[in-house]
Every structure is written in C-alpha cells, then in structure tokens.
Design a protein around this ligand. Structure first.
Ligand SMILES: *[C@@H]1O[C@H](CO)[C@@H](O)[C@H](O)[C@H]1NC(C)=O
Length: 280
C-alpha cells in the first residue's frame, strides 16, 4: 500500500469516525436555557422543571449511519419523565427510529421503549428493562441504520433488530435523511406504570447528561451523500449484520429483559400480526 493511500484512508477514518464536540455538532433547540453544553463541548445536559423540558438536535442530517451516544438518565425519582433519543426525518410522512427512556420511582426499573416509523407509520413498539441501573453511570445507546437493517444496541449488546423486508411488502426507512434528536420532558399522563405514578415536582429540576456523541454516518447535504455511491460499503457499518455472538446476545436480552413486543400482541392485531413479525 502506498503511503498516500494509507494517509487518505486514515484521513477519511478521522473524518467519518471522530467523536464529536457538542458545540460543533449539536444545537440546543428548545427549553429556554434548560439545555446546556458544558466542559468545552464534551458534556451536554438537559433539564426539566415544572415549566418546561428541553431538547437538542444534530446540525447534520444523515442517510444511514451508526450513531452512538453516552447517556446518564435522570437519577432518583424520575417517575413521569421521558428522555428521548431518536433519528427522524422531516415532513408529514416522516421516518423515525426511536429510543425512549421512561422514568420511574427510585429503585424501580426504567423502561426502554423502541419504535420504528416508515412514511409516518409506526406501531412497532418493543419495550425492555435494562440489566443495569442507567442512572448511576453513562452507558452507550447506539442506532445502526444501514440499507439492510436497523439495530438498537446498549453498550454494544443488540436489543432489537428491524430488517429490511421490503420484498415482502413491509416498508423500511431508506430514502429520507434523518437528524438526531433528544429531549427530556414530562409525560406523567402515560409514562410510569401507564400514568398511575405522577411526576414529583418537589424533586425538580430533573437532569439527563450526554457525552461522546459519535456519528459514523453518511452526511446528507444539498441532496447529496458524503458516502461514495460507487463503492457503497467503504465503512464496515454499511454492511454490518449480527454475527453469531451478537445473535446470542440479542436472544438473551429478548428472553430476559423484553417486557413488550408488538409482534406477540395478538389482541392488538386481531386480523393477524404485522407481516414482519411472521417473516422467516
Ligand atoms: C416502574 O416500576 C414498576 C414496578 O416495579 C414496573 O411495573 C414498571 O414497569 C416500571 N417502569 C415504568 C416506566 O413504569
């Protein structure tokens, strides 16, 4: 390999995979000062009080990518609060890939809620408990989105895979660029035990913290992708799939930590389960 080729490979790696700085890559979009970028761009905090929550958005839009974020969720009594972290495109027929973290009373488990929307249609919820306390430390929440599949992971362990089954008539998000969003807000009408447990405002402000945003992704700008169309798989995430070990991990999570799966909710779909649920 020539030195210049090696250098250009290294250079493109640096461009595509560098851990981001919140000042450079994120806009705090709402909350009137309740969202803050700290430590020279290395830490971001969102807060919620009685009057408002807060949220941020990536400056870039992506069409496929692997997006990692370290999040430390609201500690203590977080009942009634929801922290969201998701990808979403614009418009009324949007695509969306969702993580939502539903708070709880001290010591009771958070719920990790996931969903996938294509062309404005979701209804693909899966929910999980975690195998650790997500309020004690930062943990990595990742969305891998490539043309074949979407993989939700927590600390590198896949918790959900949504495959492109368009050949069987199931829509898959693949044409609309998405931005990264996050927010902390109050949803005590439904979030904790279905709305039974309300937010205790005496504990406000509630704070969630973020570090190490990393978008290993194809940036979409002025109708063009930063990824080459001639060599489609220049990055490993673009063709990444679950190897045997990851498949085992996914099964372990689904067996021990999954608490809701739309694919087994026959009451909800009396005319038959959605197609992707019965696909081989
Ligand atoms: C909160 O804790 C209760 C009791 O353990 C549990 O049933 C529920 O699933 C937990 N999570 C949420 C978000 O309600």
């Amino acid at each position: 390999m020539t030195t210049s080729l090696l250098l250009s490979l290294l250079f493109s790696f640096v461009i595509l995979a560098s851990a981001a700085n919140f000042n450079q890559d994120i806009d705090v979009t709402w909350g009137d000062g309740r969202g803050k970028i700290l430590e020279n761009g290395n830490l971001l905090t969102l807060t919620l009080d009685k009057f408002s929550g807060s949220g941020f958005q990536s400056k870039n839009q992506y069409l496929f990518g692997k997006i990692d974020m370290n999040i430390k969720l609201v500690p203590g009594n977080s009942a009634g609060t929801v922290t969201t972290y998701y990808l979403r495109s614009e418009g009324s027929t949007w695509d969306e890939i969702d993580f939502e973290f539903l708070g709880n009373l001290s010591g009771d488990p958070y719920i990790v809620h996931t969903n996938v929307y294509t062309q404005g249609k979701g209804d693909k919820e899966q929910q999980f408990y975690l195998w650790f306390d997500p309020t004690k430390d930062f943990h990595t929440y990742s969305l891998l989105w490539n043309p074949q599949r979407i993989i939700f992971s927590v600390d590198g362990t896949p918790i959900r895979e949504f495959k492109d089954l368009e050949t069987t008539g199931v829509a898959f998000p693949k044409s609309q660029p998405m931005s990264v969003y996050s927010s902390l807000w109050n949803a005590d009408n439904w979030a904790t035990r279905g709305g039974l447990v309300k937010t205790d405002w005496r504990k406000a402000p509630f704070t969630a913290a973020y570090r190490n945003y990393k978008a290993d992704a194809c940036v979409w700008s002025s109708g063009k992708s930063s990824c080459s169309s001639t060599s489609p798989f220049q990055n490993s995430w673009q063709s990444q799939e679950l190897d045997i070990t990851s498949q085992e991990r996914l099964k372990w999570v689904q067996k021990n930590y999954m608490i809701y799966n739309y694919c087994t909710d026959t009451k909800r779909f009396p005319q038959g389960l959605p197609k992707e649920c019965t696909a081989p």
